[in-house]
Design a protein around this ligand. Structure first.
Ligand code: ZN
Length: 299
């Protein structure tokens, strides 16, 4: 546990065009047990903002400012907690430069460009899927549209809770069988990328909440995702768990980190039992693997 350890980190900052190193004591930030490698490329121009995380496609950055500061990322006004915490997320195909606008209580404004590191994504071919799950009928498409609307609404919430500060643990320990961002070719047909991380595990393996959160969607049988749970960690950061064989939570329920919320399965569009864990910051697709670090050894 990092909670009682004072971590001294080195931030590269640029003041008046001159690069300098700026040391921060991160007593509270250390509780955000993000993978330490995420701290590597932390850059900031405004010395009053502390950032933790990596400016990279599929990544999140947790920031801290004075609570009365207003933050905009592009067009979106970003929620700032009463303690000054906020989250920024960068999608799979985020452009290399995004503009952050900061407005202080006294009306002073500051703008900076965040450089978001690009990633290269793999191509993953999966064969042997039922043809209906790759090329759905008109009737299936109508069902998919309705289910996507439910998922979209769950991702669009901007809850004031800051559950994301607890850091994230793997919900299931197992072999990683699919990674974030891969361009997918299903039964030989190019499809949209894979937005999550897959962990292979036997049907019935408990799925644990990687961080605290509020259950905002439960569905036993969606067309693509089968047994589905959406968990809201606050400030637009959500997790989705899919292909579940069993679900032990209900909508509106608040769960602690490590609570068993469901079981691994192969429901929906899956070739075998595994957990697919996806994350979003509103619409932006986030790579959960960037938040948890290496998969622990399997016993
Ligand atoms: Zn998956």
């Amino acid at each position: 546990m990092l909670s009682n350890i004072k971590v001294k980190l080195c931030f590269l900052s640029s003041v008046n065009g001159t690069s300098m190193y700026h040391y921060c004591e991160l007593g509270v930030l250390a509780r955000v047990s993000l993978c330490l490698s995420l701290f590597l490329s932390v850059a900031k121009a405004d010395p009053s903002i502390e950032f933790t995380g990596d400016f990279i496609q599929g990544g999140i950055v947790i920031g801290r400012v004075q609570p009365d500061v207003k933050i905009h990322l592009g067009e979106r006004q970003v929620r700032v907690s009463p303690d000054g915490w906020f989250v920024l997320g960068f999608g799979r195909d985020e452009k290399p430069n995004v503009v952050l606008n900061v407005e202080y209580a006294d009306g002073t404004k500051h703008q900076e460009t965040l450089n978001v590191k690009a990633r290269r994504y793999e191509i993953q071919r999966i064969d042997g899927l039922p043809p209906r799950k790759v090329t759905p009928s008109a009737e299936d498409l109508e069902r998919i549209k309705q289910e996507n609307a439910l998922i979209g609404a769950a991702r669009n919430r901007d809850e004031p809770r800051t559950d994301f500060l607890s850091g994230f643990d793997w919900p299931v320990i197992g072999r990683i069988s699919g990674i974030f961002g891969s361009q997918r070719v299903l039964n030989g047909i190019p499809k949209r990328p894979h937005f999550g991380v897959d962990v292979a595990a036997p049907t019935g393996t408990p799925v644990k909440a990687p961080a605290p959160g509020k259950v905002t969607l439960v569905h036993k049988d969606m067309f693509y995702t089968g047994g589905t749970i959406n968990l809201d960690h606050g400030h637009g950061l959500t997790s989705i768990f899919i292909h579940l064989s069993d679900i032990f939570v209900t909508e509106g329920q608040y769960v602690e980190k490590g609570s068993v919320i469901g079981s691994v399965g192969a429901t929906g569009r899956a070739t075998g039992p595994h957990l697919h864990w996806g994350m979003n910051w509103f619409k932006a697709r986030i790579d959960p693997a960037l938040l948890v670090g290496n998969m622990p050894d399997q016993q």
